[in-house]
Write a new protein. Structure first.
Length: 268
């Protein structure tokens, strides 16, 4: 993807200009910042050339050949959602929906309604019957992101769905039709420790962790950094209609060796 540089004068001061300032100020020092106005698009493949990435591509293809539940672990920003989408896209369910839901930061009652749906009149704003995301994922995959944040009560409800395959919408007297959704979950938490502490159900942990995929942080696969940086800057340049500014060898070296890369490859 190549950025197009035209119409600069007409555009005046805009996010793209700030972006360019930001690219420029990042060279050759190591304090590159991406303005909050920019988002890195979710890629449709795992970019990188490290042995770890090659191994991960194999694990993803292997998971895609089965219909088993997958638990994806790794720090924030390592590409767990990219991997989950790839498992779906390469699986026999690829023509069905891929439905992501973030289990963190959503109040429990809202998460329950989001997951299971509700019937009309079951709470104040429930004006009509509504399907939850589990139902929407029928014949496709549901991606339960940040599953480690789920309350014990929600874990119990999820477990019941996993055991029976049936959904009971909030306010419904009984379970509805069976739902056929492949479950892919992800977490940046040490779930096994949570199991030992008692904050994550053992039975749910084993139900979800049939296939496990671990994505190591970027600091443990530094050879992926130049290729990721190039890809992101290229995407951002295209997004903001700017020419790709290029990267010096020195910038590559500093990013690879001097930064600590705690979690995210780039701030998003
Ligand atoms: N190896 C990778 N290949 C391609 N894109 C990646 C890779 N690692 C991270 N990203 C990008 O970084 C951002 C964060 O990735 P995401 O999958 O949401 O991480 P996580 O779910 O682990 O927090 C996304 O824009 C994603 O496209
Ligand atoms: Mg994520």
């Amino acid at each position: 993807m190549q950025g197009r540089g035209g119409n600069d004068a007409a555009r005046g001061s805009c996010a793209a200009d700030r972006a360019e300032t930001s690219y420029r100020s990042s060279f050759p020092d190591t304090t590159m910042t991406i303005p909050l106005t920019m988002t890195i698009p979710l890629t449709n493949r795992l970019i990188g050339r490290s042995a770890a990435i090659h191994g991960l591509r194999d694990e993803v293809s292997c998971a895609a050949r089965s219909d088993a539940k997958v638990l994806i672990t790794g720090e924030s920003g390592v590409g767990k959602e990219v991997a989950a989408r790839l498992v779906h896209d390469q699986s026999a369910r690829r023509n069905g929906p891929f439905v992501p839901i973030n289990c963190a930061g959503v109040p429990e009652t809202l998460l329950e309604a989001e997951l299971f749906g509700h019937v009309r009149g079951s709470f104040t704003d429930a004006y009509r019957d509504r399907a939850g995301v589990l139902e929407s994922a029928h014949r496709g995959s549901i991606f339960l992101d940040e599953i480690g944040e789920m309350s014990l009560r929600m874990q119990g409800l999820l477990l019941r769905f996993l055991e029976t395959g049936e959904i009971q919408r909030i306010g419904a007297g009984r379970a509805g039709a069976a739902v056929d959704a492949r479950v892919i979950a992800a977490t940046n938490r040490p779930l096994r420790e949570h199991v030992e502490e008692g904050s994550f159900r053992t039975d749910l942990y084993y139900r979800l962790n049939v296939l496990s995929i671990y994505l190591p942080p970027l600091r443990e696969r530094r050879s992926d950094i130049p290729i990721l940086v190039r890809r992101f800057i290229r995407d951002l340049s295209a997004q903001h209609d700017r020419p790709f500014p290029g990267l010096s060898a020195e910038a590559d070296r500093s990013r690879q060796t001097r930064l600590r890369w705690p979690a995210r490859p780039l701030a998003t």
